[in-house]
Design a protein around this ligand. Structure first.
Ligand code: GLV
Ligand code: MN
Ligand code: MN
Ligand code: MN
Length: 408
């Protein structure tokens, strides 16, 4: 697309992006857009507003996901979109780029005079990041039945508020959550556009790519039980300090991951009682582990668990490691993936280590993803960025793909 012809898309992109960007923006501290908070409700209002502007009826399904329809809601729809929530201190693009691009692709198709042969839906999946309740992709996991509704209702945030309480306070019915066959039956195909969260496209010199696979990944809670005591009076030899084996475990995780070709991250820690002058009684830390194949993920977690147990024993500390969520390897279906790549004139096809709702949906409907180049490869950080030119190319690519998929 030439700069002259993409000017209207660029202007629309900038206008919509500006409006969305202010919601939940913490400036240098990044975005804090957590599920079922006041900020989330503002994001949902923004979504409904965008749908209304386009005359697209908007509905919230039983699991809190939002759907805006071009055409009569029904089976076989081509669905596109992503999520609007963020990690703590997140960037502007992870999630929202897919939702904004979806609305703008609808605009572009209408401008082209396209009459889709099947309905098109724009979706905003609830709580993709799991930043508040610890489990990622809650909306799509509930929709597809891979998350038990009772377990979901009982999830607690850092203040002890359950997901059920948070949903009720936000005007949603937690009693209605769970596998939704009617909503699922409407999805003929799902295409999620997302900012790339690494440097694959930068290295390839391509603005847009197609996803091949999502690495298997999961979250494990590691709890180190020690004994609280006085920082100034307790001899080193008498301490049962859980921080010590935790620190060793962090270092061991890096070594293990390096040896096995995996990724292992401790990004969240709760220290009890969390006082400068108190030896902690307990450290809870969350391990995020990912690898190209499932055996390597499990081997990584087993080796880190063994290292934690050994370190804990050396300090008179007890450690427990519990799985909290797990997503198996996702290999996107080759026919749809290749169709997208061909529609885009031979776009590169590449894997990712990041999780997405598309991964959850892939076992229920033909599913594919488009990635938009991220110049620094940084994500889950306020530094996350995509150039406006590449975002516009992404919108056009998504419109091309939707046009192709709704032609017959
Ligand atoms: C979410 O973006 C994840 O990959 O954890
Ligand atoms: Mn993310
Ligand atoms: Mn995302
Ligand atoms: Mn994600």
């Amino acid at each position: 697309m030439s700069p002259a012809t993409d000017a209207p898309v660029r202007a629309r992109f900038e206008a919509v992006w500006r409006e969305l960007a202010v919601i939940g923006d913490g400036g240098a501290a990044g975005y804090h857009r957590f599920a079922w908070t006041a900020v989330d409700l503002e994001l949902r209002e923004w979504f409904a507003g965008q749908a209304a502007l386009r005359g697209m009826p908007c509905e919230r399904d039983r699991n809190g996901n939002l759907w805006a329809w071009w055409g009569t809601p029904g089976p076989g729809a081509v669905v596109t979109g992503s999520h609007l929530d963020s990690v703590p201190g997140g960037g502007a693009y992870d999630g929202p780029l897919g939702v904004v691009s979806a609305f703008l692709a609808v605009d572009l198709l209408r401008e082209r005079g396209v009459t889709p042969s099947r309905p098109i839906a724009v979706v905003d999946f609830a709580d993709e990041e799991g930043a508040r309740f610890g489990v990622a992709c809650v909306g799509s996991r509930l929709l597809t039945g891979v998350l038990d509704p009772g377990d979901a209702r009982a999830l607690r945030d850092a203040d002890g508020i359950t997901l059920a309480e948070a949903m009720s306070a936000a005007g949603a019915d937690p009693g209605a959550i769970g596998r939704d066959d009617e909503a699922l039956s409407r999805i003929g195909a799902f295409v999620e556009l997302h900012i790339e969260q690494g440097r694959g496209l930068v290295d390839l010199g391509a603005p847009v790519g197609v996803a091949a696979a999502i690495w298997p990944h999961g979250r494990w809670r590691c709890t180190f039980h020690g004994e609280a005591d006085h920082a100034g009076t307790t001899r080193l030899a008498d301490r049962r300090d859980p921080m010590q084996p935790f620190a060793s475990t962090v270092l061991a995780a890096r070594d293990v991951a390096g040896h096995l070709g995996a990724l292992a991250t401790f990004g969240k820690v709760h220290v009890t009682p969390n006082g400068t002058n108190a030896i902690p009684s307990r450290v809870d830390a969350w391990l995020d582990a990912r690898a190209p194949d499932e055996a390597t993920v499990h081997e990584t977690v087993s080796a880190i668990t063994r290292a934690a147990e050994k370190a804990a024993a050396g300090h008179g500390v007890r450690v427990e490691v519990h799985p909290e969520s797990y997503t198996p390897l996702v290999e996107f279906g080759v026919p749809l993936r290749d169709r997208l790549a061909a529609t885009l004139g031979g776009a590169p096809v590449l894997p990712t280590g990041a999780g997405h709702d598309a991964g959850i949906l892939s076992s229920h409907a033909p599913t594919a993803m488009l990635f938009v180049r991220n110049p620094t490869g940084t994500s889950h950080s306020p530094a996350e960025h995509a150039g406006t030119g590449d975002c516009v190319t992404g919108v056009t690519a998504l419109a091309d793909v939707l046009e192709d998929l709704t032609r017959t």
